[in-house]
Design a protein around this ligand. Structure first.
Ligand SMILES: [Fe+2]
Length: 386
C-alpha cells in the first residue's frame, strides 16, 4: 500500500446509480441534471443484442435524443474517435451517453472531451493532458469486467503507429455511472467468463499494488467479496440473476479500486500478448494470474489470506491461492481457450522485454519482474510451438 504519510489522491465517478432496470432511468436522470440534448454512443454488438433500441426509444420518447452512433469498433482507432467527436459537436448536445463494453465507454470518454475542448484525440494521449473536463458523460456498462465506467483511462489504437495508446486523466471520470446488471443477462458464456475473471484480477492487483490507496484496498476487498461466490456460478448458470448482480457490482468496485491503485504485472504481461495475438484480454489475465501470484508470493502472504477470505476460498497460503486461481481459469473454460493458441517460440523474448519495460504496470507490482522472469512465465503458461 502507498505510504499514507506521503499523502495520496483518490478519484471516483461523481455519482453511481445501480440496480436491475436502472438504465431505464436514463431520461429522468438527464432531465434531473438539466441535460435536454443527449448523444448516445454504442456499437453493433450492443445493437444486435437488443440493448440499444429500448434505451434509444426511452430517450426519444422524452424528447432528449439529439444524435447517436453505433459505429464504435474494438480498441477504437484515434481516427474513429475524432469522427465521433465531430458528430457529437455537430449535434450540440449537453451530455454524451456511452452504452456498451470497455471500447464504447473509452471512445465516449475521449470523444466527449475532444468535442468540447477541441483538437484531435492524439493531442490527449498520455497522462494528465486533458486540461479540464469535457462534455458531461453518463457511462452504462453492458458487460461485467472492464470497470471502465469507474476509471479515468481510455485505451485507443494508433493505427498509423500500430500501437495501443492510453488517455489517462481524472477529467475522464464519468459524471454519472449507471450499473444495471440486467444489461449483462444475455452475454455469451465465453464473454461472461473472460470479463468476470478479468474483474477478479483487477481486484487482486489493485489490492496488492504498492501504490494502492486505503480506499482502493477497501474497494478491492469488497469487489472480491461480491465476485468470489458468483464467478463460477454465473458461468455454470448464465440465468442466475443473483450471481449476475454480484458480478456487475464486483466489476464496478474493482474498476474504482484499480483506478485508485494500479494494475500490476499480470496486465504488463497481458498487453504484448493481446497486442500480437487476438486473444480476449480476460482469457489472458485469467490464465496468467496464478503464475504471477506464485511469483508475488514472498511479498503477499497476508494479502492473499485476506483476499482468499473475501473470496470465500479461505485464508489460503500463497501456493494454494495461486493454485486456486489456476483452477478457476480451468473451471470456467479460459485455460482451454488459451491452449488452442500456439505461440511461436520466437515471440516470447520480444514480448518479455516489452512486458518488463512497462514501468507503469511493473513498478507497482509487489515483487520485481525482470525480462527473464517474464520469459519464464510466458513459457510456463503458454502453449509454445516451434
Ligand atoms: Fe484487465
Amino acid at each position: 500500500m502507498v505510504d499514507v504519510r506521503q499523502g495520496y489522491e483518490n478519484n471516483l465517478p461523481r455519482r453511481v446509480i445501480t440496480g436491475r432496470g436502472a438504465s431505464g432511468r436514463l431520461a429522468e436522470v438527464c432531465r434531473g441534471r438539466g441535460w435536454n440534448r443527449a448523444f448516445l454512443v454504442s456499437d453493433r454488438g450492443v445493437e444486435s443484442a437488443g440493448l440499444l433500441a429500448p434505451v434509444a426509444a426511452s430517450l426519444t420518447a422524452a424528447g432528449i435524443l439529439a444524435g447517436a452512433s453505433a459505429e464504435v469498433t474494438p480498441e477504437p482507432p484515434l481516427t474513429d474517435v475524432a469522427r465521433l467527436a465531430g458528430e457529437i459537436r455537430e449535434a450540440a448536445v449537453d451530455v454524451v451517453i456511452g452504452l456498451g463494453g470497455g471500447s464504447v465507454m473509452d471512445a465516449t470518454k475521449v470523444a466527449a472531451l475532444v468535442a468540447s475542448r477541441g483538437g484531435a484525440p492524439a493531442d490527449y494521449v498520455g497522462i494528465g493532458r486533458a486540461g479540464g473536463r469535457g462534455l458531461p458523460t453518463i457511462l452504462v456498462p453492458t458487460t461485467a469486467g472492464t470497470g471502465s465506467e469507474a476509471t479515468f483511462v481510455a485505451i485507443l489504437t494508433d493505427a498509423a503507429a500500430g500501437t495501443k495508446v492510453g488517455v489517462v486523466d481524472p477529467s475522464l471520470l464519468a459524471d454519472i455511472a449507471i450499473v444495471d446488471p440486467a444489461l449483462t443477462d444475455r452475454l455469451p458464456p465465453a464473454v461472461t467468463a473472460a470479463a468476470g475473471m478479468d474483474a477478479l484480477v483487477h481486484a487482486i492487483e489493485a489490492f496488492i499494488a504498492r501504490v494502492a490507496t486505503p480506499i482502493a484496498r477497501g474497494l478491492a476487498l469488497e469487489a472480491a467479496r461480491q465476485i468470489g461466490p458468483a464467478l463460477e456460478r454465473v458461468c455454470r448458470d448464465p440465468g442466475d440473476e443473483v450471481a449476475r448482480d454480484r458480478m456487475a457490482i464486483g466489476s464496478h468496485l474493482a474498476g474504482m479500486a484499480f483506478a485508485n491503485a494500479s494494475c500490476c504485472a499480470v496486465h504488463a504481461l497481458a498487453l504484448p500478448l493481446g497486442g500480437r495475438f487476438h486473444i480476449p484480454h480476460g482469457v489472458i489475465t485469467g490464465c496468467f494470474a496464478g503464475a504471477l501470484m506464485r511469483h508475488n508470493a514472498p511479498a503477499c502472504a497476508d494479502d492473499f489470506a485476506a483476499l482468499g477470505t473475501a473470496l470465500e476460498w479461505g485464508a489460503l497460503e500463497p501456493a494454494a491461492f495461486a493454485d486456486r486461481l489456476d483452477a478457476t481459469a480451468r473451471a470456467i473454460g479460459l485455460r482451454a481457450t488459451l491452449d488452442r493458441i500456439v505461440v511461436p517460440a520466437t515471440a516470447i523474448a520480444p514480448m518479455a522485454s516489452a512486458a518488463a519495460s512497462n514501468r507503469r504496470l511493473i513498478d507497482p507490482n509487489p515483487v520485481a519482474v525482470t525480462a527473464a522472469d517474464a520469459e519464464r512465465i510466458y513459457a510456463e503458461v503458454l502453449h509454445v510451438g516451434e
